[in-house]
Write a protein that binds this ligand. Structure first.
Ligand SMILES: NC(=O)c1ccc[n+]([C@@H]2O[C@H](COP(=O)([O-])OP(=O)(O)OC[C@H]3O[C@@H](n4cnc5c(N)ncnc54)[C@H](O)[C@@H]3O)[C@@H](O)[C@H]2O)c1
Length: 359
């Protein structure tokens, strides 16, 4: 597979830049993908993952960097879309020299790309990378970072869910609704609290007994069921907050919820699922719209983190979701298509302003 063939996706405007980085001494093999800098420097995390092949690593970074451009555009950020992958098993390969070598490659892009955490990389890793580059965010509180991004991710998901509830039932509240939370991890726990504060009934599931124990101890009113039972439960809203691909050919036909809104990335197992949801009259609030609270948080850190300012911006996920759902109705397209159109419009209209010459 040629790189140019891969980055010339006919359905998109194409990636701006793809950088292959190698440091044989540390075993670093990384690819940085910059999809668009129309709105500003590209921002997106670094995924450290043992891909089966170089092709798989390249395909993932291209896909993820494009997704970040759309997510950042809809989150109202002055940031473009990028992402990086480090190919290898982080448990065996991750070391201070490798992370610092990677940091030097990020620095060499001179601010065209800002990195942050993703699968396989953590806040502590960002602190190490930051010893070699200024273009890193998602750092520890001790280093001026914002810390755990799940707080605002959950807040944003809750806002998106309110907008979906308003679209379906006429009022922007989950009061009296039964909400199924699938995954009681960092985001799922905060989301459960927001839902209970809003007087929703929560039914939840998690494969980890520690997460279930947390619920029993902290929120005994939450009903715990197994994963399959949650999908088929008599619920109004289904909130996937565990892994990607939660909505597939088995789960969607079993769903009784009228709304799907959750934190998990890449919830649709394949593109056809969107139509399946629409045919069943289920409103899907696109994952990358409602889960943007995390990227809003790390983006805020670039300016010097201010929790209230970042929370205000995450609260606007309510307005964005509302706008997308209306546009979807007006244009007769699924919400994910409407979301893409809105993101593309912002990238084109705001990005165009840079053609006004300043000096
Ligand atoms: N943390 C963030 O800021 C953030 C931002 C955007 C998107 N997301 C996405 O949201 C999702 C949750 O993130 P998180 O930070 O809470 O992760 P996490 O790892 O803290 O929590 C995930 C939880 O899901 C549970 N789980 C795994 N498989 C399950 C299954 N089959 N059924 C039920 N439960 C299962 C795990 O036991 C765990 O408790 C992920 O998909 C993540 O990519 C997170």
């Amino acid at each position: 597979m040629g790189v140019f063939t891969s980055i010339d996706d006919p359905s998109s405007t194409g990636h701006e830049q793809v950088v292959f980085c190698q440091d044989t001494q540390t075993g670093l093999r990384a690819i940085i993908g910059i999809y668009s800098t129309a709105l500003g420097p590209a921002l997106g995390g670094t995924r450290f993952y043992p891909y089966a092949s170089e092709e798989a690593a390249l395909a993932d970074v291209l896909d993820l960097s494009r997704g970040m451009a759309y997510k950042n555009a809809l989150a109202g950020l002055d940031l473009g879309g990028g992402k990086a992958v480090i190919w290898g098993d982080p448990d065996q390969l991750k070391s201070e020299p490798l992370l610092r070598a990677y940091g030097r490659f990020v620095e060499s892009l001179n601010g065209r790309y800002y990195t942050a955490c993703d699968v396989g990389t953590y806040v502590a890793d960002m602190d190490v990378i930051a010893r070699e580059t200024r273009y890193v965010t998602g750092r520890s509180v001790e280093h001026g970072g914002a810390g755990d991004s799940s707080v605002l991710t959950a807040w944003g998901v809750f806002q998106g869910m309110r907008a979906a509830a308003e679209h379906v039932w006429g009022a922007p509240t989950l009061n009296g609704r039964r909400v199924g939370v699938a995954g009681l991890g960092k985001v799922g726990k905060h989301l459960t609290r927001h839902l209970l504060d809003d007087h929703a009934e929560v039914v939840a599931t998690d494969v980890d007994p520690r997460a279930r124990e947390w619920v029993r101890a902290n929120h005994p009113q939450v009903e715990l069921v197994d994963a399959a039972a949650l999908v088929a439960a008599d619920i109004d809203v289904y909130a996937p907050c565990a892994l990607g691909g939660a909505l597939d050919d088995d789960t969607v036909p079993a769903l009784r919820a009228k709304v799907v809104a959750g934190a998990a990335n890449n919830q649709l197992a394949h593109p056809g699922i969107e139509k399946l949801l629409a045919d069943r009259g289920i409103l899907y609030a696109p994952d990358y719209v409602v889960n943007a609270g995390g990227v809003i948080q790390v983006a805020d850190e670039i300016e010097g983190f201010n929790f209230e300012r970042a929370k205000l911006r995450a609260t606007r996920i309510y307005d964005t979701t509302r706008q997308i759902l209306r546009l979807a109705d007006d244009e007769g397209v699924p919400p994910a298509v409407a979301a893409d159109r809105l993101a593309e419009r912002r990238m084109a209209e705001v990005g165009r302003l840079r053609t006004i010459h300043l000096r």
